[in-house]
Design a protein around this ligand. Structure first.
Ligand code: PLP
Length: 392
């Protein structure tokens, strides 16, 4: 091999500039340890309801082992149109629904369908770890808009106006938000919708936590006047249905955008796994009270963790959705990573440093309450003890 060739990296430059996920990095450390209470994982502690698992088992028994249509099984897409109409007031033709391998894939497809090299994409931060990397991998420029604790990490039109440039082509929204649990009022969403229209942006709305909304109106931006034609609505079964391992999600949107996303999906994924699609179908056609029961369990835990954190001197706004609390730790004069590592070492409690969710998450930690309530109580006792030790 010539010298010049051996000096060339085998790994694409775009990928080299992306750091590994801050959550994964932290959990590699955690998984090597025993006797730890983890408030770190963003995944339900509940097992998928039995009738949904049985739906998948029964499909396997019937010999459902084939591909489905690229867009997903027609019966599932039909059931999804009905669910989205009932739950969000959104009417889609079943051809404008694409079944994906989780919201993760749907997000990647949406961004790749829209972004050309040099285009910019707005999103609010702190945010889910994959938004910036997915934009970068599509050769776009991530434009984070910092949200603040003083304002419960809410986003509004003015904040977006001060960040937008002529290169911005899309806006990613995620309410309820991972990692802050923030939800928006109708008036905030109306302002954001007007901003998207004025700047001619496609809105990619990740509503994966929607069913886990504890108070306030559950409203999709796609349902506001004039927004459905410019919004890609993303949703999936991982969180509210406790189906992370099934890897099934979906996108609904304008025909041209869904067709463009389907083109990438058919060449890269072909289709979502048939047994997962069968499970999702069962979840929709035979809804049982499990979702409401799980939501009430999360609400009880949310109340406990929110009160405990504030009582021990970690200021925390009240999360209104998802299953995360995001208390401030900046006043202890150490980085979020140092705080999280010391908490792990000294008290064997795992939380995720807020900096994993973008620069504006520095000074916070994310505590997931998708954990058994007795474990949360014990974790709060240990955290309070840790905090007492830090105070002079
Ligand atoms: N979007 C958000 C905001 C998330 O928090 C997550 C998972 O944590 C995902 C998407 C990925 O979801 P899925 O399991 O459907 O790929």
């Amino acid at each position: 091999m010539s010298d010049s060739k051996s000096a060339r990296s085998r790994i694409a430059a775009t990928l080299r500039q992306i750091p590994p996920s801050g959550i994964r990095e932290f959990f590699d450390i955690v998984s090597a340890r025993k006797d730890i209470i983890s408030l770190g994982i963003g995944e339900p502690d509940f097992v998928t309801p039995w009738h949904i698992r049985e739906g998948s088992i029964f499909a396997l028994e019937r010999g459902a082992t084939s591909y489905t249509s690229n867009r997903g099984s027609p019966r599932l897409r039909e059931a999804l149109t009905q669910y989205v109409a009932h739950a969000f007031g959104l009417t889609y033709a079943s051809d404008d629904v694409l079944v994906t391998v989780g919201v993760s894939e749907a997000l990647d497809l949406a961004v790749r369908a829209i972004v050309e090299p040099g285009d910019a994409v707005l999103y609010h931060e702190p945010c889910y770890v994959s938004y910036a990397p997915v934009i970068t991998l599509a050769h776009g420029t991530p434009v984070p808009v910092a949200t603040k604790r003083e304002n419960d990490f809410r986003l509004n039109r003015e904040m977006l106006e001060s960040a937008v440039t002529a290169r911005c082509k899309a806006l990613i929204l995620n309410f309820p938000t991972n990692p802050t649990g923030t939800t928006l009022e109708r008036s905030d969403l109306e302002g954001i919708a007007a901003f998207a229209v004025e700047h001619d942006l496609v809105v990619v709305s990740d509503e994966i936590y929607s069913e886990l909304t504890y108070e306030g109106e559950r409203l999709s931006i796609a349902a506001l006047p004039g927004m459905q034609e410019r919004t890609i609505f993303l949703h999936g079964f991982s969180k509210a249905w406790a189906m992370t391992g099934f890897r099934v999600g979906y996108a609904c949107g304008p025909s041209d955008l869904i067709a463009a996303m389907t083109k990438i999906h058919q060449y890269t994924m072909l289709c979502a796994p048939i047994l997962s699609q069968e499970a999702a179908l069962e979840a929709l056609v035979n809804p049982e009270p499990h979702i409401a029961e799980m939501r009430e369990a999360y609400r009880t835990r949310r109340n406990l963790i929110h009160r405990s954190l504030n009582d021990m001197g970690l200021p925390c706004h009240r999360p209104r959705g998802a299953f995360y609390a995001f208390p401030q730790i900046a006043h202890f004069g150490m980085s979020a990573k140092e705080f999280a590592l010391r908490l792990l070492e000294e008290k064997r409690v795992a939380c995720v440093p807020g900096s994993a969710f973008g620069e504006s998450g520095a000074g916070f930690i994310r505590c997931s309450y998708a954990t058994d309530i007795e474990e949360i109580k014990e974790a709060m006792a240990r955290l309070a003890d840790f905090v007492r030790g830090l105070n002079p």
